[in-house]
Design a binder for this molecule. Structure first.
Ligand code: GAR
Length: 185
């Protein structure tokens, strides 16, 4: 299998699912200290912390992205799966890894793009939402869709309960989609 890196920022439960599914992950990259790093450490997967300390509007996205790119080159990474990675990368990386960076989004794209997809879907009052695995591109949440699954919204859902129901689906759909995708590159 080609060399896969997984990018995380948070709890890393999707990363855990990929590990349980025996995806041969060569690198976990985090943009902040997070539980996802601990998950990688416990599994003996190499970790790189490309720590993002600047969350202001003046954040130098290009320099940060070039740093990430350098790490990928050194580790000989062929493709990337973003799993709850919350830094938007500069277009230079999508040029270089064209069509080889995947993302999972907790809504049925093209609905509810952006960082608050679960909250926005709940606020809109949709009865069905879901998740979308897609190719990440320069334009946020707009790349080619690889797989999607619907998830019902319950009348008493909170952002947390709905997000957890969506993640339960992502945990099997994302590893399966990555395996299928890998055969095509
Ligand atoms: C997932 O639901 C993923 O779709 C979402 O973060 C969660 C990661 O969960 N990604 C985004 O919202 C990207 N904009 P985890 O940290 O438990 O693996």
């Amino acid at each position: 299998m080609k060399n896969l890196a997984v990018f995380v920022s948070g709890t890393g439960t999707l990363l855990e699912a990929m590990i349980k599914d025996y995806l041969p992950i060569k690198l976990v990259l985090a943009d902040r200290e997070c539980r996802g790093m601990r998950v990688a450490m416990d599994a003996g997967i190499p970790i790189e912390l490309a720590e993002r300390t600047d969350f202001s509007s003046g954040f130098d996205r290009k320099t940060y992205t070039q740093w990430v790119d350098k790490i990928l080159s050194i580790r000989k990474i062929d493709f990337v799966a973003m799993a709850g990675f919350m830094t938007i990368l500069h277009p230079v990386i999508f040029d270089k890894y064209q069509g080889k960076i995947l993302n999972t989004h907790p809504a049925l794209l093209p609905s509810f793009k952006g960082d608050h997809a679960v909250r926005d879907a709940l606020a809109y009052g949709v009865k069905v939402t879901g998740c979308t695995i897609h190719i990440a591109t320069e334009e946020l949440d707009a790349g080619k869709i690889l797989s999607q699954e619907a998830v019902p919204v319950m009348s008493d859902d909170t952002v947390e309960t709905l997000h957890e129901r969506i993640k339960r689906v992502e945990r099997w759909l994302y590893p399966r989609t990555i395996r299928e995708f890998e055969k095509t590159i």
